[in-house]
Design a protein around this ligand. Sequence first.
Ligand SMILES: [Zn+2]
Length: 98
Amino acid sequence: MICRHCNKAKVNRPRGLCWSCYYKPGVRELYPSTSKYARRGVGNFSGQAPLPTCSTVAKPGSPEKIAILAERARLKQSLWHPDDARLEDDICTTDQAA
Ligand SMILES: [Zn+2]
């Protein structure tokens, strides 16, 4: 692999950077960590999160639901509300219709 910054030297530092780029001031900030252990998004916190102010009918995995989860995380609320729409709700409806 070749350094993402200078495209010359061999990668031997994290974030796909070579040694000299990695330690050059300002360069590291240009390339977010590629490690799956690094903090991402709004970050994690531990402890009891308050329930979201309202539940959602957005289906799990839908773009609407993702947006709602992101918003809840931003507000430091619990990601899950007991009254949220679930995939099982969908399956039950289908069963009744059949
Ligand atoms: Zn480099």
